[in-house]
Design a protein around this ligand. Sequence first.
Ligand code: WT7
Length: 636
Amino acid sequence: MTTSIQIKSLDDYQRVYRYSLEKNEEFWDNIAKNQLHWRKPWSRVSQCDYLTGHVSWYLGAELNVAENCVDRHVHAGKGSKKALIWVGNEPGEEKTFTFQQVYEEVCRIAHALEALGIKKGDRVGLYLPNIPELAFSMLACARIGAIHSVIFGGFSAHSIQSRMNDCGAKLIITSNGVYRGEKWIDLKTNVDEAIAIGCSTIANVLVIPHRSQSRWERQLRDLNWNEVLQPFKPHTAPSHLSEDPLFILYTSGSTGKPKGVLHTMGGYLTYTSYSHQLVFQPQDSDVYFCTADLGWITGHSYLLYGPLANGVTTVMYEGVPQYPTASRLWEITDQHSVNILYTAPTAIRTLASLGDEPVVKTSRKTLRTLGTVGEPINPEAWRWYSSVVGEDRCPIVDTWWQTETGGILISPLAGITPTQPGCATLPLPGIEPKIINESGEALKGDGQGALVIARSWPGQMRGVYGDPEKFFDTYFRQYPGNYSTGDGARRDSENNYWILGRMDDVIKISGHRLGTAEIESACVLHSDVVESAAIGVHDDITGEALHLFVVVKSGAPETPDLAKALIQLIRKEVGPLASPKKIHFVPGLPKTRSGKIMRRILKKLAVQEFSDLGDISTLAEPSVIELIKKAVITER
Ligand code: WT7
C-alpha cells in the first residue's frame, strides 16, 4: 500500500492524517517501504526523544541514496527518460540528461573522487553555480558516502573559509565563475582567497572550467576537472546506513555563526520523496521546474533529491528570473512544457512589478500546479501568481518548511486542499504542529503564537555539525517536548495555519536567511564602530531589507563614505547577499537592562513610525529613543 498516493480528496487527507498520528510507526514504516529501495530493512522505525534532542529513523537499515535517485530508474526501464534539463543563463543554452546519462556522469565523478582519496565520511565543499556538474557531484558524494556541503555562490571568501573549517572539508569543487544575469561572479578567486586566509584541511581544489572564455589562475593544489574525470566505467554503489550523514548545509540562526545543519541518508530521502509526491502530485510524464539554486535547501530537497527519487524530470536554471527579460521563466515553461513550477515570493513580486504583458504574451498552457516557498507570500502577489501566471486554473501550493525540517511540513496538496491567499493550510500526514501561547501553553482550536512541532518526522535534521549541545539548545530547550521552529503562526477555526514569519533575530531578504549576529559582528570589525544592530524592514519586493543602526567611536565621522565602507565590509565578510540597504548613524542603541538590543523598537524607528513604539518600560535608558528619533529625522 502506498499511503501517500492514496490521497485524492480532502476526505482521504483527513482519514490518512488521523491514521498517521494514531499509528505513527506503522505509517512511517509504510511510507519508507513504498518510497525507496532499501538493501536491508530496519530493526526499528524510529528512536526519537525531544526531551534530550535525539532523533534517528530506520535504524540499522541500509540503502544508497544515489542508487535510489538514478540507478533504480535505469533498472526499471526508464534509462532513456529525461532526468535533468539544464537551462543556462543565456537563452538557447541548454543540456538534457537522461537517467542513463546521469548514471554515467555520477559514476565518473564517484570514481574521480575515490581516485583523489575521498572516502566515506569525508567532507566535500561544493562552491559552484547552478550547473549539472553540481547536481552530479552531490549525487556522487552521496553514492560513495562522502558528506557534501554546498555553499551558495553569493557567499564571500570569509564565509567559505569559516564553513570549510567548521566541517573540516578535504576537497572543494568550484568553477572559474558564473554569469548570473549580466553579472560575472568569479568563484575561483573567492576560493583562492578563502584558502589564503586559512583552510588547513583542504588538500585540493577541483576546478570545473564552466565557461571556456574565462581563464583561471592555476595554483599548485588545483586540479582540472577535465583532466581528473575519466571516461565512463560502471561504479558499484556501496550500502550505507540510514543514519549515515548525507550532507551539511550552513544556515543562519539568532546567535553566533551559521550552523551546520546535518541531514542523514534514509530519513531525508524518504521524506523529500514522500512530500514531493504528495504536495506536487507529479505524474510520470510531467516536467517539473524548481527555480531554486542548489546552494539552498530548496534546491537540495526539491530540485534534486525529491524529484529524482520519484523519477520525475527536473529542470535546473542557472540564471535569474528577469534575465534577459521578464518573460524568461514563462519562455522556459513553454520551451520545455513545464507542468509544475516552484518558485519564491520575491521572484513573483519582482515579475509582478514588471507588468502582465511579459507573462500574457507566453502560452503557459502546460502549467498545472504552482508552488511558492521561502517567506510569507502577501495576498496581492499570491493573486497575481494565481490569476496572471496560472490563469485561475492552477492550484497554488504555499509550502512552509525550513532548512532544518528537510522537507515541506505544512502545505496544500495540489488540487486537493482548498487554498486561500497567504495561507499554508494543513500539515502533511505524520506532522503534528502546535501553537504555544506566551504562557507556554499549547492552544486548542484557533489562536496565535509560537509554531512548534510535537513529534519527529524522518526528514528532520539530526544535529548541528560538531555541536550536539547547540542542537538541543536551539531547537528543544524553549518548549520542552517540542521542536521549536522560530516562526510565529495563527491557526484558524478550520485548522488552517497562517505563517506570520520569524519571531527570532533571523532576517529574510529575498527569501535568503541571514542572522543579525553575523552581520553585526562583521560591522564592528571596522575600527570606527563601537556597536551596531541589524534589523529587517518591510520591502515590497525583497520581503525584508537590511537596515543597520551604527554607533561610531567618539570623534569618528558619520559620513556617507563611512556608510559605504561598512556596506563593503559586510559584503566582504558575509557576501553580496547581505548588502545593507540603509545605514543609520545613531548615538546609542535601545537595550533592555540585561543588555539585549530591542530590535522591535528599531524596526519602527527605521521607518520613522514614532507614534506606537509598544512597551518601552524594560528599556535601560529610555532617553536614547529621543536621540535616535532625532538622528533618523535628520538623516540625509
Ligand atoms: C524560514 C526557513 C524552506 C526552504 C526555504 C527557506 C520562512 C519558508 C515559508 C512559507 C511563510 C516561510 C519561515 C521559515 N518560510 N517558507 N511558505 N510561508 N514563511 O528555508 O532558509 O531555512 O528559512 O523561511 O520563516 O522559518 P530557510
